[in-house]
Structure formats: structure tokens, C-alpha cells
Ligand binder design. Structure first.
Ligand code: ADP
Ligand code: ADP
Ligand code: MG
Length: 453
């Protein structure tokens, strides 16, 4: 097992990884930007190294500085968390070249899944269902019009290198397609350094259901069931997630789980990963993309399976065999996560920065709070607006909802607007309570509430 791990990330996920390391008796190195000098992971880690100024391109994306920090401190492995360099194949390659273990899949697997159009083709060959769309990257406007004409409008134009909900555009007709295509390509080039886009049929009233997989480096892998992530903003950012999905029957769970395992096998996957699916109102499912990293919402899976995913990521990276078998995986009770952000619902969910004069966390039976904030903490303006994740577990969904409502009521953050009032509104909505939702639900709720974005 590793003796020392460097965490190439910040915020709550850095805290989460440090906690796993400490329980495994592994020393930790926190890297941080000048803006994060006083952050919780920096306080909790055994060693700390500043890797640059606040803007993430100069710090958390700074490969030479991060790798140097690992070499200087003698860290044997790097955990990338999510976001930043976690899905960057060349970072994984540089780590390997420097004799540092990247805690994640191989650069080849990252690359094959990271390019979403290529991933679609790989999935088709592996007999994982994909939504109708273009065969890979669109060569030109003529091809785009031909494909869209064949599959029927509306369609979505997607950046092959996109992520985090960015690079997706819904198009209703030919005229709009011609216009959007150019803009989408220019935007993709500017945001992701890759102008390539592809087309998919737009599925109205879909659910986003994703499956957690875990593979060791010896070819043994399993799935840990699904997460329901249909509650997303108009910008496709997840807000409330749960496990299991109240929509799946055991038979559907087995089928979608097997499809996820097939998807991962097709690229020789190792470590923890998530296969995202479009789930249609008539109960079909299609591969959407694979995230080759730990995911923000992983705690709801941990809550219902009792399996520590970050611990397994580390054990797998250290070469250990996965001792879990599919038959032994049981799902117990129900878990919900709410993402608490420093966003003002009354002001178009504008991100806020500033000092949190006072913070009081919820607690009690079945409650977990993963966060980097504390009373007196100053939210830097450079990063995403996530303040905390509240995760509850209860024997069933009804009790989990009641518990989450109680937690949101208890949670006090002074000094910054937060989305807590909006989360409360969701948890009180009859449609949510009855699980009558799709990805269209939150945008509709925001409109009804007069909360424009
Ligand atoms: P990202 O890499 O940004 O996460 P995804 O391909 O996973 O991109 O899509 C993000 C979200 O966009 C999905 O969760 C879903 O809400 C919406 N979406 C993606 N593809 C489609 C589709 N074909 N039809 C309808 N909505 C879609
Ligand atoms: P997950 O797929 O694990 O649910 P997300 O896609 O929401 O996670 O976020 C993954 C990473 O991308 C996080 O680091 C998050 O901060 C970042 N991210 C999400 N949305 C955006 C955005 N609009 N702009 C920049 N980064 C984003
Ligand atoms: Mg996605």
C-alpha cells in the first residue's frame, strides 16, 4: 500500500480523500492555490504545498507544479478527485512517466471515453444501446442536416470534449441547426480546445440514471447500482441525487447494471467510474457518456451499499484485487444528496463569494455533510460555487425526504446567499415526492417560482 498520497484537488472532495487516507494510515499532501491557503483540506493534510495563484489554470490545472510537488514530497500516488485534471489523459501519462501512480483508469481508457463521439462508437460495438445520432464527429453542415433529417427534430448538438453540462445545445429545426452548428463549434474550440461536435436525438422528459462501476486492474469488475440524477438546472447541473432510483425495478436494475459493466469492459477500464444513461418514459435506456473518475454524488451509493468508494479507488490503484462480487452487493434503504451552493436564487442563481460569518451544520442519525466550509471561511471567487453536500440515509424514500427537509431547516449559513430555500422548495414539491420527475422538472419549477437563470 502507498505510504503517501498527494491530492490534486480542492474543496470537499480533497477533504473526502484525506479522510479515506487517514483511515488507511496513508500520509497526505494537499496542494493549494494562494486563494485556498486557509481552506479545510490544507488544515487537515499532513503536508501542504502552494502550487500557484488563485485562477485554476495557474494552480489546479498546472501539471508541472503538481507533479513537482509530488516528487518533492515523495508522494507515490496522486488522487485527482473530480473536475480539474481528473479526466486528463496526458496528466495521467505524465504521472506514469514520473513514476507516480495516477489513482484512476489508464490514459488509454480515459482517452477512449473522454472523446464522447468515439465513446459512442465503442459502445455500439460493445452492444451497449446508444441514442440515435451521428456516426461520430460531424464532418460538415450537409452531414448535420442529413443526420438530423433522418433522426427527426429536436436534436442536441454536443461538443465531443464537453463536460460539466457545458457544450450541449438543443435544436428545434433546420434553420436553427445551421445557426447553432457554427456557434457550437466556435464555443467548443474556445472552451475545450476542440471544435468537434456530434448530434444526438433530443429525448424529451428523459431521466438521467447513472451506474457506478468498480473494476480492479486484473479485469474483475462489478456495478454498485444506479443513481437517479434527473434533478438538474437548465444548464444541466445536478442539484439533487438519490440512490436507488425509485423508477427502476430489480429486473431493470440488473439490465442497466450489466450494460454499464459491458461499457467499462469495452475500454479495459480499471478503478471507479460512472456510466451515464438516458432513461426514457417507455423504460428504454441508452448510453450517454462515461465519467472516468469519482463523482460528486458518489456518497449516495456509499450510503446504500456500505462500500467506501474512495478507499477502493486507492486499493485498486495499489494493485489489490477487488474482493467484492456482484452477488454480494445489496442495496439497503434510500439515500438523497443535496448540493448546497453559494448561489442566489433570487438573482438568477448568480454565484456569490465572501466570508461566511457563521455556519451551523445539520447532524443526527443518518446524516453526512461533506464540505470545506466552516464559520469564518471566505469563499474564493475562482472556483465552482459548491459549499457542501448534505447526504441523508433512511430505511425508505419517504423517511429520507423527511430527514433531508429537517437537515435543510437546520443548516445555517450566514454571510452569503445560498440555494437552500430552492432546495427546500424542491423537497416540498408533490411531483418530487411522488417521483413524477424528469430532467424537465427543475427548469419548470424555476420558471414557476419566477427564478430565471
Ligand atoms: P456532460 O459531459 O456535460 O455531463 P452529458 O452528455 O452527460 O454531458 O449530458 C448532460 C445532461 O444533458 C444530461 O444529464 C441530460 O440532462 C442532458 N442531455 C444529454 N443528452 C441528452 C439527450 N440526447 N436528450 C435530452 N437531454 C440530454
Ligand atoms: P458529476 O458528473 O460528478 O455529477 P459535475 O459534472 O457536476 O459532477 O461536476 C464535475 C466537475 O465539473 C466538478 O469539479 C464541478 O465543479 C465541475 N463543473 C460542473 N459544472 C461546471 C461548470 N458549469 N463550469 C465549470 N466547472 C463545472
Ligand atoms: Mg454527464
Amino acid at each position: 500500500m502507498f505510504k503517501k498520497i498527494l491530492i490534486a484537488n480542492r474543496g470537499e472532495i480533497a477533504v473526502r480523500i484525506i479522510r479515506a487516507c487517514r483511515e488507511m494510515n496513508i500520509a497526505t499532501v494537499a496542494v493549494y492555490s494562494e486563494a485556498d491557503a486557509d481552506s479545510l483540506p490544507v488544515h487537515l493534510a499532513d503536508e501542504k504545498i502552494c502550487i500557484g495563484p488563485g485562477p485554476s489554470k495557474d494552480s489546479y490545472f498546472n501539471i508541472p507544479n503538481i507533479v513537482s510537488a509530488a516528487l518533492i514530497t515523495g508522494a507515490e500516488a496522486i488522487h485527482p478527485g473530480y473536475g480539474f485534471l481528473s479526466e486528463n489523459a496526458s496528466f495521467a501519462e505524465v504521472c506514469a512517466a514520473c513514476g507516480i501512480k495516477f489513482i484512476g483508469p489508464s490514459p488509454d481508457a480515459i482517452e477512449r471515453m473522454g472523446d464522447k463521439a468515439t465513446a459512442r462508437e465503442t459502445m455500439q460495438k460493445a452492444k451497449v444501446p446508444i441514442v440515435p445520432g451521428s456516426d461520430g464527429i460531424l464532418a460538415n453542415e450537409t452531414e448535420a442536416l442529413r443526420v438530423a433529417g433522418r433522426i427527426g427534430y429536436p436534436v442536441v448538438v454536443k461538443a465531443t470534449a464537453g463536460g460539466g453540462g457545458r457544450g450541449i445545445r438543443v435544436v428545434e429545426d433546420e434553420e436553427e441547426l445551421v445557426r447553432v452548428l457554427k456557434v457550437a463549434q466556435a464555443e467548443a474550440a474556445a472552451s475545450f480546445g476542440n471544435a468537434d461536435v456530434y448530434l444526438e436525438k433530443y429525448i424529451r422528459d428523459m431521466r438521467h440514471i447513472e451506474v457506478q462501476v468498480l473494476f480492479d486492474e486484473h479485469g474483475h469488475g462489478i456495478h454498485l447500482g444506479e443513481r437517479e440524477c434527473s434533478l438538474q438546472t437548465v444548464r444541466h447541473q445536478k442539484v439533487v441525487e438519490e440512490a436507488p432510483s425509485a423508477t427502476l425495478t430489480p429486473a431493470l436494475r440488473r439490465r442497466i447494471g450489466e450494460a454499464a459493466v459491458r461499457a467499462a469492459k469495452a475500454v479495459g477500464y480499471a478503478n471507479a467510474g460512472t456510466v451515464e444513461f438516458i432513461f426514457t418514459p417507455d423504460e428504454n435506456f441508452y448510453f450517454m457518456e462515461m465519467n472516468t473518475r469519482i463523482q460528486v454524488e458518489h456518497p449516495v451509493t456509499e450510503a446504500v451499499t456500505g462500500i467506501d468508494l474512495v478507499r477502493w479507488q486507492i486499493r485498486i490503484a495499489a494493485g489489490e484485487a477487488l474482493t467484492l462480487h456482484q452477488k454480494e452487493i445489496v442495496w439497503n434503504g434510500h439515500s438523497i444528496e443535496c448540493r448546497v451552493t453559494a448561489q442566489d436564487p433570487q438573482k438568477g442563481f448568480a454565484p456569490a463569494a465572501g466570508t461566511l460569518s457563521q455556519v451551523r451544520f445539520p447532524g443526527g442519525l443518518g446524516v453526512r455533510v461533506d464540505t470545506q466550509i466552516y464559520g469564518g471561511y471566505t469563499v474564493p471567487p475562482f472556483y465552482d460555487s459548491n459549499l457542501a453536500k448534505v447526504i441523508v440515509w433512511a430505511p425508505d424514500r419517504t423517511e429520507a425526504i423527511a430527514r433531508m427537509r429537517r437537515c435543510l431547516q437546520e443548516f445555517e449559513i450566514e454571510g452569503s446567499p445560498t440555494n437552500i430555500p430552492f432546495l427546500q422548495r424542491i423537497l416540498e414539491d408533490e411531483r418530487y415526492i411522488e417521483n413524477a420527475v424528469s430532467t424537465a422538472f427543475l427548469p419548470r419549477l424555476m420558471e414557476e417560482a419566477g427564478l430565471a437563470i
